[in-house]
Ligand binder design. Structure first.
Ligand code: ADP
Ligand code: MG
Length: 229
């Protein structure tokens, strides 16, 4: 790698190059490139079936591409062994899905703290970080509530706290407001920008919500396995 290439990569928190993914005979991703800088909020829109979720899963190292590379903080992620990759994912990537996937038997605080427990962090640090985040997200009065005792907007904010617990390099969100009414959706979107403004948090967000896509620093369109120019 030349010095010029190296310094170019340093500017990007995430870089995906030539990502291809096939399911059986179906080529879902046909060679996708993406560069994301620290503190950027990038929105990806596009019709259902375009390959957005498949691409986001690959960026999040949940799935491996057949071709192409993903660099996060200059690490060529798929050169890591599965065990190292799992640790990397836990430390570096926060996920927010359409359905919050909170664990029903655990409280809001326990759910928010889950990535810390999985990562083997010190329990005292985990709890103080979890409380700090729930406070920040307006959930200080909800620590001991179960997911079933929270509204949809509150549940999704617990999922945001969980995504942020390990101070990830990047947060990947797949239709995060797809299950919320317009008021709660707007609150959630504003929260993303607050996290970006206050902490420099970087986001890649797949969304059908045009309001969110317009607020983002970049609005990218995926169609038929390709990123439109
Ligand atoms: P989007 O999120 O843009 O709606 P997806 O990435 O979920 O699109 O899916 C893109 C295409 O890949 C669809 O045709 C879908 O049926 C197919 N697909 C996604 N995941 C799998 C899988 N695990 N096995 C087979 N086909 C899949
Ligand atoms: Mg999808």
């Amino acid at each position: 790698m030349t010095l010029a290439q190296l310094s170019f990569q340093k500017m990007n928190l995430l870089q995906a190059k030539g990502i291809k993914r096939t399911y059986g005979s179906l080529q879902v991703l046909k060679g996708i490139d993406l560069e994301v800088k620290k503190g950027e909020v990038v929105a990806i829109v596009g019709p259902s079936g375009a390959g957005k979720s498949t691409f986001l899963h690959i960026l999040g190292t949940l799935d491996r591409p057949e071709e192409g590379q993903v660099f996060i903080e200059n690490i060529n992620v798929f050169t890591q062994k599965d065990k190292d990759l799992a640790k990397f994912r836990n430390e570096k990537i926060g996920f927010i899905f359409q359905f919050h996937n909170l664990l029903a038997e655990f409280t809001a605080l326990e759910n928010a703290c889950m990535p810390g427990y999985i990562g083997g962090m010190n329990e005292k640090d985990i709890l103080s970080r979890g409380k700090e985040l729930l406070d920040l997200l307006g959930l200080s009065h909800r620590f001991d509530h179960l997911p079933s005792q929270l509204s949809g907007g509150e549940q999704q904010r617990v999922a945001v706290a969980r995504a942020l617990l390990n101070k990830p390099a990047i947060v990947l969100a797949d239709e995060p407001s797809g299950n919320l009414d317009s008021h709660n959706a707007l609150d959630l979107h504003q929260l993303f920008f607050k996290l970006r403004d206050e902490f420099g948090q970087t986001f890649v967000i797949v969304t059908h919500n045009e309001e969110l896509a317009e607020m983002a620093d970049r609005r990218l369109v995926m169609q038929d396995g390709l990123m439109l120019p």
